[in-house]
Design a protein around this ligand. Structure first.
Ligand code: BG6
Length: 508
């Protein structure tokens, strides 16, 4: 059963609801954090919003020893705990009728045979039409085994009028070489257009809004260049520590965990030229140009900083340092804070540094992009009139307080000409009645629709590693990172890094 094709349908027509056609998802790693906190709740939220087909089906694949009811129970609990939209019995009932569970290990041929039979059965009773996405919510070290099994059991091969896709999560390797190896594994089994790499930041409304703000308006683009922009600061600060993720995080660190993907993608969206359209290919071409134009970072002691959180206070509670966290070796040199200065060598951006920073256990949770402008070349007011005036800035507040702020100077009411900074705010919450969907809702829907603009391609991943590899290698030669107290804004070296350029970090 395939959806009727309307030849007049314009995929960009926003008046038409984007509803997935007949399909199902096979979820590997159902017991993991990602599945429970993000994937399963997002599937329920999509169903609740009426964006999944009535016969949508979810197959959980996990090790033996689980019963089918366990799977339904796990999804139920994760939905109850983490879904964004209200729990409705009738939605749950219809959705859960399409749940199946296949027990087995990744090297277990019989389990993959059973997976095929289960998919056939769902095609017959739920009308999934042979359309399945395989979601690998598992450590990359297992990708090879699973991809190999999917190939061996002819599960990755679509029929003439059906599709098969694979969804992978970061880490896309831990350096350029391993990223290539990982890609080669997937490449042997799936066509490039069937591989969906998730960078969940691209699924966030406020991140997509960077494109809307820049290219749907006439106001910003004329000043979006080195004539007017002094520098750009991209901050992704978290107040949480590594929680229960020691096994993943130790040896990975802040740069690999989020700069390689989320922050470089954000930088690319801020810096790209206008794409010819929002089709995946047009967007990708522009992002690639930016990632290729990043100068190989030099003087790394001065243009990068890294740190590791020590014990301190977070939200009024005393919290342990990284080295005291459960599962972390006392001699770990993994960084939990990273800052880098990148220079994009294009006519538009030459001389405009992009400062990227991220860290765990910082003062508060905030992600923002701040475009800081040069000061007016001349001030006709007396020096004391403008002593409280800083640079104009445009801040995209990615989260949690979604919106945008423009900072500029205004006259303070009174008899004297006193000018100081004021803010003009746009807040999603105050403007739109509908709450922003979770990034995973948007991205899973796009996978089912086969709509790729929000998914990075392998070449972008490679170019990102090319930028980071020399930095991470440099840090590895230097030994332990500088420590910073939990609840602070990072190590002193990060402050010095900007001070050397005559700038300061924003305190969001
Ligand atoms: C993930 C990182 O990609 O993003 C985590 O692996 C981080 O370390 C998370 O906590 C943050 O996501 P968000 O959407 O809460 O900003």
């Amino acid at each position: 059963m395939t959806a009727p094709v309307n030849p007049l349908r314009d995929p960009q027509d926003r008046r038409l609801p984007r509803i997935a056609g007949p399909s199902g998802l096979v979820l590997f790693g159902v017991t993991g954090d990602l599945s429970r906190k993000k994937v399963m709740p997002a599937i329920y939220d999509l169903a609740n919003r009426g964006l999944l087909p009535p016969g949508f089906s979810l197959i959980g694949f996990a090790r033996r020893g689980w019963a089918e009811q366990d799977f339904a129970q796990i999804v139920h609990d994760s939905v109850r705990e983490h879904a964004r939209t209200e729990f409705r019995e009738e939605v749950w009932h219809q959705l859960s009728e399409g749940f199946r569970f296949v027990p087995g290990d990744f090297d277990d041929d019989a389990a993959f045979d059973q997976l095929r039979r289960t998919m056939d059965e769902l095609d017959a009773v739920r009308g999934t039409g042979g359309n399945f996405a395989f979601y690998l919510a598992i450590p990359p070290s297992f990708f090879g085994a699973v991809a190999g099994q999917l190939k061996k059991h002819a599960l990755a091969q679509p029929g003439t009028d059906s599709w098969r896709r694979v969804v992978v999560e970061k880490p896309f390797g831990h350096d350029l070489v391993s990223a290539r190896e990982l890609n080669a594994i997937l490449d042997q089994v799936f066509a490039p257009e069937a591989i969906f790499r998730i960078d969940h930041y691209l699924g966030k409304e406020t991140v997509q809004n960077i494109l809307a703000m820049r290219f749907a308006n006439n106001l910003f683009e004329p000043i979006w260049n080195s004539n007017y922009v002094d520098h750009v600061q991209i901050t992704m600060a978290e107040d949480i520590g590594i929680g229960g993720r020691a096994g993943y995080y130790d040896g990975v660190g802040a740069a690999r965990d989020v700069i390689q993907n989320h922050l470089l993608q954000l930088m690319a969206l801020v810096a790209i030229e206008e794409p010819t359209s929002f089709a995946a290919d047009s967007l990708r071409v522009e992002k690639l140009k930016i990632l290729r134009s990043v100068a190989r970072p030099s003087r790394l002691d001065q243009t990068t900083a890294r740190g590791q959180y020590a014990a301190g206070w977070a939200g009024g509670v005393h919290v342990p340092g990284f080295l005291e966290e459960e599962g972390i070796s006392g001699s770990s040199t993994t960084e939990t804070f990273a800052a880098v200065r990148l220079d994009i060598q294009t006519r538009r951006w030459a001389g405009v540094p992009f400062y990227l920073r991220t860290g765990k256990r910082l003062g508060r949770r905030v992600t923002e992009v701040a475009v800081v402008f040069k000061k007016a070349p001349y001030q006709p007011f007396g020096a004391t009139s403008t002593e409280e005036l800083t640079e104009n800035a445009l801040v995209v507040r990615v989260q949690p307080d979604e919106g945008m702020t423009i900072r500029f100077g205004a006259k303070v009411p009174g008899t004297a000409m006193e000018i100081r900074d004021v803010n003009m705010d746009f807040a999603y919450g105050g403007t739109f009645t509908e709450a922003s969907p979770e990034a995973y809702e948007r991205l899973i829907l796009d996978v089912l629709l086969g709509d790729p603009p929000l998914f990075p391609q392998h070449e972008e991943v490679e170019l990102s590693w090319r930028i980071l590899d020399p930095i991470i290698e440099h840090w590895a030669r230097k030994g332990s990172p500088e420590s910073y107290p939990a609840g602070s804004w990072g190590p002193e070296s990060a402050v010095r890094m900007l001070a050397r350029d005559g700038r300061t970090w924003r305190r969001p």
